[in-house]
Design a protein around this ligand. Structure first.
Ligand code: ADP
Ligand code: MG
Length: 576
């Protein structure tokens, strides 16, 4: 019996969960029904929430995580117990690593049985397992505590440095009935869930003084800057100071990539040359060579290049994680950037012309070289000739959201496809994780209503490819482009033993990925030339129909591990 049949004066765990989420403006749920949350998913839908059901929890989890990044509200992933929970956990850990606010809500089995390890259905101590992989974890045992549990989960996810939160809801909780008015009184509408954090005036002054004295300043924008939604102020800071900037992958489009102050095309020149670098919501992790080594002009792979750093971050412990941070600026990016703007005033001296000219010179050279490469039309097509098409499509559809994963498909797309608006590029993030593709694409379409273009390596696509059914079921305007080179990195490897198994790195040759989309009523297109690809992408954007384009590229195109070959022990050893 579900509580829908109960008298109107009663409420229960199911409805209190729904009411608590709705009270806090959360209406989209990404999940997968099953014991013990099947009725919850039905009731969520019946109560005006949008329940998006996936084929695998990891994809639902990735959808929730990126919904969190896109909206600044926690994205919700709802799963069943033990295996469903574990499937969602990868996404929760990834969300935490990337500072995306997300709440994984999982049903769980009977506490009494689980704790005595008496062998319940899907028995697992989920709370204990989740704890080390997220920012916070809570369990609610009584219906009257649901309001508090949801409130604490929301606050934990979005305040300070955002991240993943686990909320454990045992099966027994859902059916617990209580007086409706008393139940309503237990709910909490979270006031100011992500409070501003104002930077200290002396820290602002220290940062400005350092910036003022710089001969070769550089601003590095990270996805924390994109997340902060301080778009106008960040742009004003860059433009008023006249300092060249580099966007990290998911910060692309915060200012249009075609902005004249963008130093992207001169990245390998500006990093070692800069004397003062201001990090805005970017961490000096592996994506930035830990702030040291040859990338930064250090004399060997561990040496500090001598740059002085200003780091704007909401997390006070981020500074000095790798190299000394001379001017840490702790606070939310919006508040920090507006404090800097206020301190800059109208008589700010732009950086020395020598520095700007040197950058412009490299940039122009590299841009011209790239244009030449992009203009070629080899047969079969390669990454450049196909991504040149994607570049044009995004240029004429700047509101479209670009989802991107793979190795070479990731690296080439990031460098070739310009972004024009903030938070339009969603990719593998801090871990460089494969498998985010279709989960991100679904959430991007659901949360924004804009067309979504997912540029997928054929290997990367395989991790979440079954969700094309989900895309068709909800009729989402998603155009998936599978960059098909028949394998991982490239498709021409052979089994060196001459045995009958293929190389571990190759797939079925000539695979017809587009037929997967056709199987569920979407549009499938086989594209072997840039012209065919262009036509199919234009049509997909116009029609808004679920589309999968199998873009067949040269199986010899692509390098092992893309641009991070140095992380591959064997490759690195071979090179020595
Ligand atoms: P990227 O990979 O683009 O360099 P990271 O994820 O490494 O970006 O870094 C993002 C940083 O931004 C994190 O250190 C995080 O604490 C910080 N951050 C996230 N949101 C905010 C915010 N609203 N205000 C200040 N810092 C933030
Ligand atoms: Mg491939």
């Amino acid at each position: 019996m579900t509580s829908d049949t109960q008298s109107p004066e009663q409420t229960d765990g199911f409805h209190l969960v729904i009411d608590a989420l709705k009270l806090n403006g959360i209406t989209n749920i990404y999940g997968l029904p099953g014991i013990p949350i099947t009725d919850l998913t039905r009731m969520m839908q019946a109560n005006g929430m949008r329940m998006i059901s996936f084929r695998h929890e990891q994809n639902a989890g990735n959808a929730a995580a990126i919904a969190g990044f896109m909206t600044g509200k926690p994205g919700i992933c709802l799963t069943v117990s033990a295996p469903g929970f574990l499937n969602g956990l990868t996404a929760l850990a990834n969300a935490t690593t990337n500072c995306f606010p997300m709440i994984l809500i999982s049903g769980s089995s009977e506490r009494e049985i689980v704790d005595l390890q008496q062998g319940d259905y899907e028995e697992m101590d989920q709370l204990a397992i989740a704890k080390p992989l997220c920012k916070a974890a809570f369990r609610v045992l009584n219906a009257e505590d649901i309001g508090v549990g949801v409130a604490r989960a929301i606050r934990s996810a979005v305040s300070g440095r955002p991240g993943g939160v686990y909320l454990d809801l045992p099966a027994k909780l859902f059916g617990q009935a209580m007086d409706a008015a008393a139940g309503k009184a237990t709910l909490i509408k979270v006031v100011d869930p992500a409070p501003r954090q104002i930077p200290a005036p002396d820290a602002v002054k220290r940062a400005l003084d350092l910036l003022k004295g710089a001969k070769k300043p550089l601003i590095l924008l990270g996805k924390g800057a994109a997340y902060s939604r301080a778009d106008a102020d960040i742009r004003a800071l860059v433009e008023k100071t006249g300092i060249p900037y580099l966007p990290m992958s998911m910060a692309k489009g915060l200012l249009p990539d075609t902005h004249e102050q963008s130093a992207s095309a001169a990245r390998s020149f500006v990093l070692p040359e800069a004397d003062v670098v201001m990090l805005v919501g970017a961490r000096l992790n592996w994506l930035l060579s830990q702030g040291k080594g040859k990338t930064w002009g250090g004399k060997d792979h561990k040496a500090w290049g001598g740059q002085k750093f200003i780091q704007i971050d909401i997390s006070p412990t981020e500074a000095d994680s790798n190299v000394p941070i001379e001017a840490p600026l702790v606070g939310d990016i919006g508040s920090c950037v507006s404090a800097l703007l206020a301190g800059i005033g109208s008589n700010w001296a732009k950086p020395p012309a020598e520095w700007l000219n040197a950058i412009a010179e490299r940039k122009n050279k590299n841009v011209a070289k790239m244009a030449e490469t992009l203009a070629k039309n080899p047969a079969p097509m390669n990454y450049h000739s196909s991504l040149n098409v994607v570049r044009d499509i995004i240029k004429s559809n700047p509101d479209a959201i670009l989802v991107n994963e793979g190795a070479n498909a990731l690296d080439f797309t990031r460098s070739i496809v310009d972004m024009y608006k903030p938070r339009k590029r969603l990719d593998v993030g801090t871990w460089g994780i494969m498998g985010i593709g279709m989960g991100f694409a679904v959430a991007a379409a659901v949360e924004s209503g804009q067309p979504v273009i997912a540029i997928e390596g054929d290997s990367a696509f395989g991790f979440s490819g079954m969700e094309v059914e989900t895309i068709c079921r909800y009729n989402l305007p998603v155009c998936v482009v599978v960059m098909n080179n028949n394998g991982v990195y490239r498709g021409d490897e052979v089994n060196v033993t001459g045995g009958k198994d293929p190389s571990p790195l190759v797939f079925v040759k000539g695979a017809r990925y587009e037929m997967l989309m056709e199987a569920f009523g979407g549009v499938g297109v086989l594209a072997t030339t840039p012209a065919e690809l262009r036509k199919a992408m234009e049509e997909a954007i116009k029609s808004r129909r679920p589309t999968l384009i199998n873009a067949v590229i040269d199986e010899g195109a692509g390098t092992e591990s893309g641009r991070i070959t140095s992380l591959n022990p064997q490759t690195a050893a071979k090179k020595k």
